[in-house]
Write a protein that binds this ligand. Structure first.
Ligand code: ITT
Length: 194
């Protein structure tokens, strides 16, 4: 079976990749499987640049085809904040970040937000990117215990629940990552890279 390195230190992302790519004939290798503890610096002004830099960084550790990802939340009323800074705009864990965002949104009626993901596939000298996004709203308060990161504050009108209140298979039908993964999967099926 062909192997692919999913170059993320996020356990939440990794679970979603495993669940989604399980349908393809690929063995998912993680950074932990390779014993890689180094963390790529988040460098770049766009999701694409940051994802490309992560892919290049982790390519030092393996010759396998690599997928790296940069993703985040863009809040309409806050002019796209936190965007590419989603992981680094404040110190603290996910629940602290979520509470800070709820506070910033206090009293703002426009709660529209978008989750975006850019996946970079790097193999030999070829580098491709696949993007996905999903629209939603910032919830009034965090709800749900599934998923990770901003999921408890991202309300999906289609499901009438937050991303943390839906199961992983449900999230994998609609999420930003799932949409990008669908494009990657269709590339891998079609071109079967060596
Ligand atoms: P890697 O760089 O190792 O992949 P990371 O967590 O640093 O992991 P990012 O730089 O892409 O990943 O940061 C994205 C931020 O957005 C981070 O705080 C995530 O928790 C959050 N995020 C991304 N996708 C998400 C999702 O599907 N649900 C909830 N939060 C998400």
């Amino acid at each position: 079976m062909k192997k692919i390195l999913i170059a993320t230190h996020s356990e939440g992302k990794l679970q979603e990749y495993k669940s989604y790519l399980g349908q393809l004939n690929y063995e998912i290798v993680s950074l932990a499987d390779l014993g890689v503890k180094d963390v790529s610096p988040e460098e770049g002004d766009t999701f694409l640049e940051v994802a490309q830099n992560k892919a290049l960084f982790y390519s030092k550790f393996s010759k396998l085809p690599i997928v790296a990802e940069d993703s985040g939340l863009e809040i309409h009323a806050l002019h796209g904040f936190p965007g590419v800074l989603s992981d680094r705009w404040m110190e603290g864990d996910a629940s602290e970040k979520n509470l800070s965002i709820i506070k910033k949104m206090g009293g703002i009626p426009d709660r529209k937000a978008i989750f975006k993901a850019v996946l970079v596939y790097l193999h030999k000298k070829m580098c491709l990117s696949f993007e996905g996004q999903v629209s939603g709203e910032i919830a009034i308060k965090p709800e749900g215990v599934m998923g990770f990161g901003y999921d408890p504050i991202f309300y999906v009108p289609l499901k009438k629940r937050t991303m943390a209140q839906i199961t992983l298979p449900e999230k994998n039908q609609i999420s930003h990552r799932a949409q990008a993964l669908q494009k990657l999967a269709s590339y891998l099926r079609k071109y079967k890279p060596e």
